[in-house]
Design a protein around this ligand. Structure first.
Ligand code: SAH
Length: 279
C-alpha cells in the first residue's frame, strides 16, 4: 500500500512512523509512506497556507489551492473512479466532523492500494476540499484535536498492522478487540487465515473486546495470575477467556454486544453475570 500524508508539519511524522510494526511494514515493502509539505505548494514569499474565514469569525482556515496543487502530481485516479470503487484509492480528509474511524474502516482501507490523508489545522480546511477533492472525511473520535496529524498517524498505524504479513502472527489480528463478526474483512486482510474469529472458535473477538493477557512472573508483589491460565487445560482456558471478554465488554462497552456474534453459551454467561452483578 502507498500512503501519502499532506501536512504543514512534515517533521511531526518522524516519530510515529519510525517505530514498531509501522516501521517494519515499510522496511518489508508492504507500506510506502510519503509525507508532503503543504508549504511547498504555495507561491508567495511567506508560503501562506491559511487565510481568514469568509463571513467573519474566529481563527484561520487552510486554503484550498495548495491542497489541490499538492495532490495533482500524485496522479491519482479520478474522484469518480475512486468513489465508484473502480480505483482502489481513497482521499481522506481528517476532520472532527467526519464519519467515525473504526476497526471496520481500518479493514476497508487496508484493502486499498493507496490512501491519501489530508491533515487540517487551525479552524479547519476550506470546505471545497471536502466537497470536491476528498472522497470521505474521517474523525478518530468525538473530541477536537489541534490538527489532523495525530489522527493521520492513528489511521496509518491501525491500517498498516492489517496489511498481510505485517504482524508476525496473523492469527492475532482476528482475535483482537472490535474485530467484526462474520465480515471476512480480517480474514481477507490477514492473508491465509482459514478459521474465522467468532463465538464458536476459540475465544476470538467476534465483535467483543479482547480477553485479559498475563505473562511471567506468575506472582508479582502478591498479585497472582488467574489459576486457570497456569494449569494447562486448554479447553478451560478458552472458556475462561471467552467469559472474561464477555465480562469486560459488558462492563466497558455494552453497546458492542448488540452486534457481537454470540452463541448459546455466551448468552448464558452474560445472563449469569447480569444476575450476580457485574464484577
Ligand atoms: N473547527 C473544527 C475543528 C478544527 S481542529 C470543528 O469544530 O470541527 C483542526 C484540524 O484538526 C481539523 O481540520 C482536522 O484536520 C483535525 N482534527 C481535529 N479533531 C479531529 C478528530 N477528532 N479526528 C480527526 N481529525 C481531527
Amino acid at each position: 500500500m502507498k500512503a501519502d500524508i499532506v501536512t504543514i508539519f512534515p517533521d511531526f511524522f518522524r516519530g510515529p512512523l519510525d517505530h514498531g510494526i509501522t516501521r517494519r511494514a515499510q522496511e518489508m515493502g508492504l507500506a510506502r509512506i510519503e509525507v508532503h509539505d503543504l508549504r511547498a505548494y504555495t507561491h508567495d514569499k511567506h508560503r501562506t497556507v491559511d487565510d481568514r474565514p469568509f463571513g467573519g469569525g474566529e481563527g484561520m482556515v487552510l486554503k484550498p489551492e495548495p491542497i489541490f496543487l499538492c495532490l495533482e502530481p500524485l496522479e491519482l485516479a479520478t474522484r469518480e473512479q475512486r468513489l465508484a470503487g473502480t480505483a482502489k484509492e481513497s482521499v481522506i480528509l481528517l476532520s472532527a466532523q467526519g464519519e467515525r474511524f473504526t476497526q471496520g474502516v481500518a479493514s476497508e482501507l487496508a484493502a486499498l492500494d493507496r490512501i491519501v490523508l489530508i491533515c487540517g489545522r487551525y479552524e479547519g480546511v476550506d470546505e471545497r476540499v471536502a466537497e470536491f477533492l476528498a472522497d470521505r472525511e474521517l474523525s478518530i473520535g468525538d473530541y477536537v484535536l489541534s490538527g489532523g496529524e495525530l489522527a493521520a498517524a492513528v489511521i496509518i498505524e491501525a491500517v498498516t498492522r492489517l496489511l498481510p504479513g505485517a504482524l508476525g502472527n496473523e492469527a492475532s489480528a482476528k482475535q483482537e478487540s472490535f474485530t467484526a463478526p462474520n465480515t471476512g474483512d480480517v480474514a481477507r486482510n490477514a492473508g491465509e487465515v482459514e478459521e474465522k474469529a467468532g463465538a464458536d472458535s476459540t475465544c476470538g473477538s467476534g465483535g467483543l473486546l479482547d480477553y485479559p493477557h498475563y505473562t511471567r512472573p506468575a506472582e508479582f508483589r502478591g498479585m497472582a495470575v488467574p489459576e486457570v491460565l497456569v494449569n494447562g487445560n486448554h479447553q478451560e482456558i478458552r472458556r475462561w477467556r471467552r467469559e472474561q471478554a464477555l465480562k469486560k465488554t459488558l462492563r466497558n462497552r455494552p453497546d458492542l454486544l448488540e452486534d457481537a456474534e454470540l452463541n448459546k453459551a455466551d448468552e448464558k454467561v452474560l445472563a449469569g453475570i447480569k444476575e450476580h452483578g457485574r464484577k
